[in-house]
Design a protein around this ligand. Structure first.
Ligand code: SAH
Length: 250
């Protein structure tokens, strides 16, 4: 049996209860060494074989899982954040399907949720936006043309950009095609880690601020009116608005 587990954004207390329990039961752990906090490996039982996938190919990862399966062992594949977002999990699941190896997925707290917590903001504000776009800018890996930053920015929704802080200058230029120059933007480096940094600015000045802090990786860029202070109150808690769980005040 193989479990794909979301490790959460970094703070070892932000893995799920289920994920932590399975880590303690694993015979084999393959973790994404570039981003997973090593603290999470502490509950591993003695004799557990631990592999860092940063130095491995897809074939090598699958070979470890396959061998474990032959020996009746339980393998945990530990991914950063939630594995469904830039996790390269699908290609592993497809290989396991081909081999008839059973697996389950345990979700995790994505870094974009940890970034909102660090900022103490809500991504979906009434009267501002009800949409969150999770994306990345093309770099060494392509992004389909119809998902260009300019095209997505035209919606003026909340946008969260992964894997792109090293290209912040170009990214900001493209964002300006959709959002105004005074639109608030923030860069959250290592959300939930002790070394977390939050850099706040506008599209006009963020590049310089990020350059000064020398943030070049492990950061999210979040942009949109949700970072501002103009919004409407939620209908959910509006005393004149009734819904399934509460009738309106007379
Ligand atoms: N599956 C992960 C994302 C993996 S892609 C998730 O759900 O969060 C790796 C990118 O995620 C990094 O380049 C960075 O943009 C972002 N990232 C991961 N952990 C982060 C953290 N703690 N703080 C800020 N950004 C993070």
């Amino acid at each position: 049996m193989v479990y794909f587990i979301g490790a959460g954004p970094g703070d070892p207390e932000l893995i799920t209860v289920k994920g932590q329990r399975l880590l303690g039961e694993a015979d084999i752990i393959i973790y994404a060494g570039s981003l997973v906090n090593k603290e999470l490996l502490k509950p591993a039982k003695s004799g557990c074989k631990i592999y860092n996938s940063a130095q491995m190919t897809l074939e090598e990862v699958i070979a470890v899982m396959e061998e474990g399966e032959r020996e009746g062992k339980m393998t945990v594949r530990l991914h950063t954040g939630d594995p469904s977002i830039y996790g390269a999990i699908r290609e592993q699941m497809d290989e396991l399907d081909k081999r008839g190896i059973h697996y389950e997925v345990v979700p995790g707290v994505s870094s974009f949720c940890a970034a909102a917590a660090a900022l103490k903001k809500e991504y979906t504000l009434p009267g501002v936006t009800q949409t969150i776009i999770l994306t990345r800018m093309e770099g060494r890996t392509e992004v389909p043309d119809r998902e260009s930053i300019q095209a997505l920015a035209s919606h003026k929704a909340t946008m969260i950009i992964f894997l792109s802080v090293q290209m912040i200058d170009e990214l900001v230029k493209r964002l300006q095609a959709g959002y105004g120059e005074d639109t608030p933007i923030a860069v959250v480096y290592k959300a939930s880690w002790p070394e977390q940094k939050v850099i706040r600015g506008t599209l006009g000045n963020i590049s310089a601020l990020v350059g000064r802090e020398n943030v070049r990786k492990t950061a999210l860029i979040v942009v949109g009116g949700f970072l501002g202070n103009d919004y409407e109150l939620s209908r959910l808690y509006d005393k004149t608005f009734s819904h399934e769980y509460r009738s309106a005040a007379e």
